[in-house]
Design a protein around this ligand. Sequence first.
Ligand SMILES: Cc1cc2nc3c(=O)[nH]c(=O)nc-3n(C[C@H](O)[C@H](O)[C@H](O)COP(=O)(O)O)c2cc1C
Length: 366
Amino acid sequence: MTNESTAKPLFKTFNSDKLNLPNRTVMAPMTRGFSPGNVPDENVAAYYRRRAENEVGLIITEGTGINHPSSVSGAGIPLFHGEEALSGWAEVVKEVHEAGGKIAPQLWHVGMTRSKGDVPNEEAEPVGPSGLNLDGEQVNEPMSIGEVEEIVQSYAEAAAEAKRLGFDAIEIHGAHGYLIDQFFWKQTNQRTDRYGGDFTDRMQFAVEIVEACRQEVGEDFPVIFRFSQWKMNDYKAKLVDTPDELDRFLKRLTEAGVDIFHCSTRRFWEPEFEGSDLNLAGWTKKLSGKPVISVGSVGLDGVFTDFSGAGKANLDGLVDKIDNEEFDLVAIGRSLLMDPEWVKKVQEGRTDDLLAFSKDALHKLY
Ligand SMILES: Cc1cc2nc3c(=O)[nH]c(=O)nc-3n(C[C@H](O)[C@H](O)[C@H](O)COP(=O)(O)O)c2cc1C
């Protein structure tokens, strides 16, 4: 049972070269679709503020669309360009900072997971490295070099805006089968130019994005990079099969300018490679020496797809892994969606008061 004193390692300060946080908790990025006209409004600001008021160390926003016509799909997904959306985000930053929190936007392009006709910009075509969707179907032409370069630039512009608006860091969404991950993944990247080829070549797009963002934000601003093995349509997919491959992946991204890796797994307690208990974040920290964020089913009994599964399990194992420095930070998704006071309650040893996740939380912005 987790009580106030056993949870202590979660509440040690986090200090790194560019980012210091009061504790080890992070709000995982979660798409909510509650931004009318793709502009985050006062309800969105209050939603994030509530988490900041309740001791979340770092908030990573829901994915927010960079400046490209097909960067997002779906009503209410916030954009990260244009005066209206950016002033909405400025209010979010203000509210979170007033409550003593820190916040990073998650910069997003969905690539080929978009369908033509999706809002906003119904006419915009989905774009991806080879025009293949995640199931390998050819639905469009491969992106031209011009389009690739334009999108790299849009990420850089978004990074510059994030810094200008007072955000504390940026997170680049390179996970789950969206555009950047579509370049990483062999199944969706069959290019033969400099953006395709072997695994290291398929990293070129991400490397250029990180370098371009770094150039805009300068040396001192924290750049977080989120990646995953799993894809939206395939939980068993692998980007890397061995620690050696992971090492190569991390080295290139570190050289490009990543400060913190956010290693997305569905269950934080699952070992990544045979012969070691380390999870993906644990391996990433060991190989790169960089601070890492782990994530996956904290406070939940259920698996990722089973939205009814809920509970208060796993906190002891989590605390041990932080205490043993397997990873530095832990992101909490659904538990924090359900219960804005989740972190504060754990800090105060009030685990009996935690609200168990229910799928109703997905339909409310609270
Ligand atoms: C409603 C919902 C929306 C999500 N949206 C995003 C997103 O925009 N970007 C992202 O990287 N991950 C997204 N995720 C994945 C979460 O960030 C997190 O990795 C996942 O929920 C596992 O953490 P949990 O078990 O603590 O919920 C989303 C998850 C949920 C449940």
